[in-house]
Write a protein that binds this ligand. Structure first.
Ligand SMILES: Nc1ncnc2c1ncn2[C@@H]1O[C@H](COP(=O)(O)OP(=O)(O)OP(=O)(O)O)[C@@H](O)[C@H]1O
Ligand SMILES: [Mg+2]
Length: 258
């Protein structure tokens, strides 16, 4: 079985892409077969963090000029990767039918991979909601700021009400220690529970870190570049939590649906 995970947040700039890249690499280090798919078509930049420059992207696939195998490129640590193809109007204006085609074509990977990790754009746009609700596990990246709480809540509310999603995992990023991160998760869960019938699963925290900032500048992800650092260990802990995350099994449009 392939488990699909979408990294989302509502708010922009909270660390989704960095989490998607390092979570994917941590899963490969645990021996899992992983594909990372960048669906932030407006500002695709997972390839920048990965330090790769793929020749073909999701845009080539959608134009019909490349098959699935040729848009899959090799990243570090046996990770395979589908780049988003930045800023192309045709991708920004994708309709649900084209998104569905993309999703369908990935079902060919079902017997080959253990995890599909999807990086999504900020906001609660139709595209962000489509991919986040088509996975088994939406992973919400939260930071300890009221704007992040508000936008993450708005995203969860939209996914729950419009797409009937029940289970969400949450990672607290840029955290000031484990205790503060857990306290922020508890506070956020309390707010969600007050108004929505959803289940939030605590997936741990990633510390606020200069080493992470430097790794992005160097285009050398921390999970592979500095594997014994506390940050890389935090990503391994996140990957382990994701292996045990509660899955959504709704009947809507889904990756790898039976
Ligand atoms: N744990 C962290 N510690 C310190 N800085 C971080 C951390 N995580 C992310 N950042 C910083 O935040 C910036 C934004 O990260 P990233 O691009 O992953 O966010 P994003 O949510 O994907 O943004 P967007 O919404 O634009 O796609 C990074 O360039 C990095 O400098
Ligand atoms: Mg991003």
């Amino acid at each position: 079985m392939t488990v699909s995970i979408a990294v989302t947040s509502g708010k922009g700039g909270v660390g989704k892409t960095n989490c998607a890249v390092n979570l994917s690499l941590s899963l490969t280090k645990m021996g899992k077969k992983v594909v990372l798919f960048d669906t932030d078509f407006g500002m695709a930049n997972a390839h920048i963090l990965l330090g790769t420059n793929p020749k073909r992207t999701a845009a080539d696939f959608l134009r019909g000029t490349a098959g699935l195998e040729s848009i899959l490129s090799d990243g570090p640590s046996d990770l395979r990767f589908i780049a988003g193809g930045s800023g192309l109007l045709e991708l920004l204006n994708l309709d649900n039918h084209a998104r569905y085609q993309m999703l369908q074509s990935l079902s060919d990977l079902e017997n080959e991979i253990d995890y599909l990790v999807v990086d999504t754009p900020a906001g609660a746009s139709e595209s962000a909601l489509f991919f986040a609700s088509a996975v088994a596990v939406p992973l919400v990246v939260l930071v300890a700021e009221p704007t992040s709480f508000l936008d993450a809540y708005a995203f969860i509310k939209a996914a729950h009400i419009e797409k009937n999603i029940q289970n969400f995992s949450v990672v607290v990023n840029m955290a000031d220690g484990s205790a503060a991160a857990k306290a922020n998760f508890d506070k956020f869960f309390e707010i969600c529970r007050r108004f929505l019938d959803v289940n939030l699963h605590y997936a741990g925290m990633i510390p606020m870190s200069h080493a992470i900032r430097r790794s992005i500048v160097k285009r050398a992800p921390i999970a592979t570049g500095q594997p014994s650092s506390p940050e890389a260990k935090a990503f391994i802990a996140l990957a382990k939590k994701m292996v045990n995350a509660p899955l959504n099994t709704h009947d809507g449009i889904r990756f790898f649906s039976p």
